[in-house]
Each structure stands twice: as C-alpha cells, then as structure tokens.
Design a protein. Structure first.
Length: 359
C-alpha cells in the first residue's frame, strides 16, 4: 500500500509540475513595428493572427486605406509578408524579442491622385517612394530627379524665402540618387542651385500637395511599383528577372529593369501553377506558348506568397475601388482641390521636358 501511495504521490507531483510549466508559458509576445517615419512597440497575445496585429498598427497610425499596406519581415536572405489569416507565431517570423516588422506599401496605386485619399496614406507613400528613388530601387533620370527633389524640399521647408533659405541650407539633405550626383561634373552647390530654382516655383503648395505632385511624377517612372525576382528557364543559371506589379507579370533581362522582354497582363493569364521550384504561367489565349521558369526554394515561397497576394487583390479589386470611392466621398469636404502649378502645365505640354529653369 505504501508503494502504491508513493507512486500515486509521484504522479500527482509530476502532473502538478507539468501544470506549473504550462502556467508559466508566456501569454504575450513583443513586436516592434517600423513605419517610414516612426517606430512602435506592442505587446501581443500569442493567439493573435496577422490581421489582429495589422489592424492594431493601422488604428495606431490612424490609417483607413489599409488595403495598400502590409507587415513585412526578414527571413534568411529574403523577406515575406505577414499572412492575415494565420497566427503570427506560426509563421516564419524571427525568433527575436521584440519581433521586428516593417509597415510598408505592398500594392501601388496606378493613379495616385484618384486612389489615395487620406493625408497619412499619401505621406507614407511619399516617404517610401522617395526612399526607393534615393536608394536607386527605382530608376529616375537626372532631370526628373531634380524636379522631384524640389517637391521634397517644398514638402519639408514650405515656401522658399531667400532671406531665410541661404545657400547651403540643403547641405544636410539627401535629395538626389548617388549616380545622378556623380554623373555630371557638378558640385553640391551647383545641384542645390538647380533644385532651389524649381523649389522657388512651388510657392503656395502645402506639404500634402507637394507630396502628391511628387507621387504624380514618380508613378510614371518605369520601375515604380514593380517587385523583381531572380528566375531561370534552365534550372541552373539565373539569367532572367520576373517583375510583378499591378498590371501583371513581366520578364526582363538581368541588366535591364526598364523594358520587359515579355509581359503577361493579369487579364490575359488563365492560370499560374507551381510545384517545388517550378512555376508555370498559362495565357488565356491557348494559342500562346506556356511560360515556365524556376527559382530557389526561398524565392519560390516568396513568389508564391506574392502571387497569392496579387490574385487576392484582383479578386477584390472591385470591392477595393468601391471602398476607395466611399473613402474619397467621406474626406472630400476636408481635402482642398489641388492647385495645378505652372510646372505641372509645362509637363502636360511637354512631358519629356523636365529640365529646371536656367539659374
């Protein structure tokens, strides 16, 4: 009897130990979310799905046009978007504490002035696109770079005042891509002079108006809104690039991201299938050739996720447009009609003539 009692006692102690361990399991985890102009930290419940965290970030930022954005995290040598319908901790997120996410635009509007309504949405897009241009992720000609820089200066400093904005006031600002800065035999002072000449023309533009003018130019750049992936057609060498954007899928040579060799508009794609490292694009027109390509496993996972995002976006595009229009009507009374400056009229009359005035 004593032996049985001892065994029973040991089992009860073991059960209590297990229960004690379970009780000590953390019920929350910490995350850090980095936007284009701020950092935030949150304490999240372990049961939270991606949508719960995303919604919390959007509420904190005050963002209503949520459909453009997502939470991105780094995984090994690439990145992935947090899935909304899956628990955060069940995804391949970093094991660090806090877990770091970047709050970024993953879909880019085709017509910024029509689709971006909230000022905070415009501001986040402006900061992200400006960074992509300065980091040379989006190619921009020298002439367009100077004009864009002048709008960025207007957004930051307000109206030009020669008594206050003395030569050298832009010395600490990063305004041009490095390749543009070194492409010509011009000093920093000479570049500032050209930027300031355009800047002086933007008098009267509020910050949000200057940022919108910036985006209206940027949206016409060839690499705007395109995500690139290394692919190959022979399972060995990476000799092509796949570009994915709002219009569809595009195939590029590795040394040219501006002009695609082949394009598949979303409306012309019948099906996209994938197995392990192989992807197949089947055109809607059955007379056209099926396109197959290969990529590494990590990139395949990234591509698969991206395709699912794009296909989801296409399925809900009508709903999104309806929501955007409702949001536009809701904010119409609060947003002033944007003034068309003389430089905008000049671009419409001569879209290629983006040269600043003589100084």
């Amino acid at each position: 009897i004593a032996g049985k009692l001892t065994a029973l006692f040991d089992r009860n102690v073991f059960k209590m130990s297990i229960l004690g361990l379970k009780k000590k399991q953390p019920k929350t985890f910490k995350v850090k979310v980095i936007t284009m102009d701020a950092e935030m930290e949150f304490s999240c419940e372990v049961k939270w799905k991606g949508k719960d965290l995303f919604d919390l970030v959007c509420r904190t930022v005050g963002l209503r046009e949520t459909w453009f954005f997502g939470l991105r995290y780094t995984v090994k040598d690439t990145y992935a978007w947090l899935k909304p319908d899956k628990r955060v901790l069940d995804q391949e997120v970093p094991k660090d504490s806090p877990i770091t996410f970047n709050f970024l635009a993953k879909f880019f509007p085709e017509k910024v002035e029509e689709e971006l309504v909230q000022e905070i949405t415009q501001h986040l897009f402006f900061l992200q696109v400006k960074k992509q241009i300065l980091d040379e992720e989006i190619f921009c000609s020298p002439e367009a770079s100077v004009l864009l820089a002048s709008y960025a200066v207007q957004a930051k400093y307000g109206d030009y005042d020669p008594n206050f904005h003395k030569p050298g006031f832009l010395a600490q600002d990063e305004l041009l891509p490095k390749t543009v800065s070194i492409q010509y035999q011009m000093t920093a002072d000479m570049w500032e002079e050209k930027i300031t000449a355009w800047y002086a023309e933007h008098r009267g533009l509020a910050r949000d108006e200057a940022e919108m003018e910036y985006l209206k130019i940027a949206q016409d750049l060839e690499m705007y809104g395109v995500s690139y992936f290394e692919i190959t057609q022979n399972k060995r060498d990476t000799n092509l690039l796949l570009g994915v954007d709002a219009q569809g899928l595009h195939i590029y040579s590795p040394n040219s991201k501006l002009t695609p060799n082949k394009s598949f508009p979303w409306s012309g794609i019948r099906n996209i299938s994938y197995s392990e490292k192989e992807f197949t694009i089947k055109p809607l027109d059955k007379k056209k050739d099926v396109f197959k390509f290969y990529s590494s496993q990590l990139r395949v996972n990234k591509l698969r996720d991206y395709f699912e995002i794009c296909q989801r976006k296409l399925r809900f595009s009508k709903r999104v447009k309806k929501e955007a229009e409702q949001e536009r009507q809701r904010y119409a009374a609060m947003i002033p009609r944007r003034r068309r400056g003389s430089e905008q009229k000049m671009r419409e009359a001569n879209p290629a003539g983006l040269k600043p005035p003589e100084v």
